[in-house]
Design a protein around this ligand. Structure first.
Ligand SMILES: Cc1cc2nc3c(=O)[nH]c(=O)nc-3n(C[C@H](O)[C@H](O)[C@H](O)COP(=O)(O)OP(=O)(O)OC[C@H]3O[C@@H](n4cnc5c(N)ncnc54)[C@H](O)[C@@H]3O)c2cc1C
Length: 338
């Protein structure tokens, strides 16, 4: 999704319709990614008092590369440590920079040696751009870093919102309740810009519970070296599948890409690679480690890598009560009550 199309926040929590007269409000913005940064700037321009809550220690959201991966490689355990960003080290934008910038602050190529002037730049360049934007409009002054919102709810009998946030007491990394201080505050409005790309989707495969190989989701993929000499089944055909399959083919023994958007009999060599084949979807897997494709081919594999995308179904990572009015660009507009 182009950031140029994200001038509107992902979601707005409002007890009543938006005010028509210019009244200064106390507004909480949750998240300091691209959406939160621009929302904060616009709200302050309109004369509102804005606090941006950001659970990480810097702005940029998904564009902050994190070399760590989640302890559960499939990201299914609801109690796992969640790593927000899905960026892999080599990721470049899949949109040209011309459509990624904010309308009044274009994402222009910079000539500075530290910058990436390509039209489809690497992920670090997007972070630099967002940092430039934040600096230019002095947005960090509004941000409370390392402060996570854990609850948003209507105050009974009023049109205001209670926001509960938590902040670590010190540098202690052990996350137990006593290491946090909790704060309750009241705001007139809350703008939710917490991102929505955190719930990996995993393909359903008959027989998978007794398949002995490894599995992981591309959310936890960073670099290709761990795939050295492995036979890899990679599921998917979208942008991440295309990037990652080509990257790991330089290290893996074989890469077999399973796609459900090709005909059942498909079995094709991939141009430029002598160790990569495109197959139709997986039919089933067996407890001897083999993977059976709909095209009838059988491959003994070491690992299944799910490049199957991230779910939009659950975009709030805090407790909420009251009426939430969701605004979303494109075809996903919906309303939801919590
Ligand atoms: C792998 C990948 C590649 C992409 N490639 C492109 C591309 O090439 N071009 C493009 O235009 N878009 C791309 N996107 C889309 C990208 O998500 C958007 O460009 C944009 O960065 C989303 O910004 P956001 O502010 O909505 O969310 P995010 O960037 O996810 O920011 C959300 C912020 O909210 C914070 N937060 C979350 N919950 C809380 C909480 N409870 N309390 C406090 N803080 C919280 C997070 O720490 C984070 O900083 C890509 C996305 C992914 C995942």
């Amino acid at each position: 999704m182009a950031m140029g199309h994200q001038l509107r926040p992902l979601a707005i929590v409002s007890a009543s319709s938006m005010p028509t007269s210019l009244i200064s409000r106390n507004v909480a913005v949750i998240g300091a990614g691209a959406s939160g940064l621009v929302a904060a700037r616009e709200l302050r321009r309109e004369g509102h008092k804005v606090v941006v809550f950001e659970r990480e220690n810097q702005i940029g959201g998904t564009w902050v590369y994190d070399p760590r991966v989640e302890p559960d490689p499939l990201s299914l355990d609801p109690n796992r440590l969640i790593i927000h960003s899905s960026l892999y080290s080599s990721l470049r934008t899949n949109l040209p920079r011309e459509v990624m910038g904010f309308r009044d602050y274009p994402f222009i190529a910079k000539t500075d040696k530290t910058r990436d002037p390509r039209r489809y730049p690497g992920h670090r360049e997007v972070l630099f751009y967002l940092q430039d934007f934040a600096r230019e409009f002095e947005i960090e002054d509004m941000v409370r870093f390392e402060t996570e919102v854990v609850y948003v709810g209507l105050v009974e009998g009023s049109k205001k919102w209670k926001v509960r946030s938590k902040k670590k007491r010190g540098d202690n990394d052990v996350e137990v309740a006593s290491d946090f201080r909790f704060f309750d505050e009241i705001y007139d409005s809350v703008v939710v810009c917490s991102g929505h790309f955190t719930e990996p989707r995993v393909a359903e495969i008959p027989g998978i519970s007794s398949w002995p190989g490894k599995q992981m989701h591309s959310h936890n993929y960073r670099v290709p070296e761990p795939f050295q000499d492995q036979v890899v089944i990679l599921i998917g055909s979208a942008a991440s599948a295309v990037d990652i399959s080509r990257e790991i083919a330089h290290f893996a023994k074989e890469v077999h890409v399973a796609s459900r958007s090709v005909a059942d009999e498909t079995y094709q060599e991939q141009p430029g690679y002598d160790n990569m084949r495109l197959h139709s979807a997986i039919e089933c897997v067996r407890d001897d480690g083999s993977v059976v494709f709909q095209n009838g081919r059988v491959v003994l594999a070491d690992i299944i890598l799910h490049c199957t995308g991230l779910s939009l179904s659950e975009c709030l990572n805090f407790k909420a009560s009251g009426l939430l009015v969701f605004y979303q660009v494109g075809s996903h507009s919906h309303h939801k009550r919590r």
